[in-house]
Design a protein around this ligand. Sequence first.
Ligand code: GLN
Length: 470
Amino acid sequence: THLLGRIDANQSLGAFLVVDRDQALTQARAADARRTAGQSLGTLDGVPLAHKDIFVSTDFTSTAASKILVGQSGGYRSPFDATVVAKLKAAGTVCVGKLNCDEFAMGGANENSAFGAVHNPWDTTRIPGGSSGGSATAVAARLLPAATGTDTGGSVRQPAALTGVTGIKPTYGRCSRYGMIAFASSLDQAGPIARSAEDCALLLQAMSGYDERDSTSAEQPVPDFAAALRTPRAGATESRPLEGLRVGVPREFFGTGVAADVDAAVKAALAQYEQLGATLVDVSLPRTELSIPVYYIIAPAEASSNLSRFDGVRYGHRAKDAEDLLELYRKSRSEGFGAEVKRRIMIGTYVLSHGYYDAYYLQAQKLRRMIADDFQAAFEHCDLIAGPVAPTVARAIGSQTDPVAEYLADIFTLPASLAGLPGMSVPAGFGGAGMQNAEKGSPSGLPVGLQLIGNYWQEAQLLHAAHAFQ
Ligand code: GLN
């Protein structure tokens, strides 16, 4: 009831697309009853959360923040739960509603939602990041202790960073994509957003695991992440819990292109890692800059294919007065999709078309492999990699109208996505010095995130290193 009150009072943040009060209270009471009867389902039993509206569920409508999924009878209602939703339900969590995001998770500011922007709780004139902006805002504003997100090119890590909360995108294949409305299938991964690495560990534990309904889900054992976080490293002492940990600092993640305040906060976090016993190692990810053109070819290519199913016939919005089938497709899609989604469908269709495929798509695939190889070369010298999540703190809503400039801000999150590596965002301090937001109660400025990138299946190590820092 307390959280439902907070959600009500903070509607202007735009974090939620739907809230079901009665359903949440019923589920919470059931969890209480289980506890009283000594039949609790575990640590997450009774924990309230909400899902990014990219996950389908039987209890709520699903929109992917797009008008195309909203027909005459409202949003699309799935006949099944996404695997991640089902797993969290089985763990006893109480689902309060669905969270706003960028349309089909395309964006980094949550300004591309068909249902309005989400506001950053630290300064409501600013973006919360995206595309999981509703999830990050709900956690940062203390409307929920946890939320799910999805990360294709940074959509868990970047909003977590810009709102000062913790988020992890696991290794590609760790969480099932079944029931996640597809954007770019070779990149899409689910991930939790919460207040701490410890909470993320508990959530990720419940969300992970092989699923035969997702052909790219990995048959990889799921370690006990929460236990790993508390297990001391060999050689660790109380004051130096990270003794012996080699943290790679890619030189391409610093210097020009990173705002001075972000650079300073991330470097201060790295200095703290040294104090905790870690050794900083200079490493290189030479193709960092190329990750932008590579991603913005591959992701739209896959999106153009995935989004072809929204044709006005099977789901949601159907245009009126179409003369024939082609016109029905054209009209429904023109009316249903927003500008950024259309832009990506056009780019994707172009790079996949005959005559351009070799020049763009195939070339991008080759570079993607080289970007992954660069990481393996770096991991010869370090256990994990650290750097900024985003080049700047949260910008003002409406202040970026150039889509290409917006894409450039993804530079530090795209490499791990293309390589399929796990990445995490941990609050590292504050930037935006000189901002006059003291009256809003923020200590000094806007949150900055530290990104930790691990090798394949090394989520436990990331969570451990984040926990020691927190
Ligand atoms: N900002 C990136 C994009 O617009 C990443 C989005 C995501 O991870 N879903 O594609």
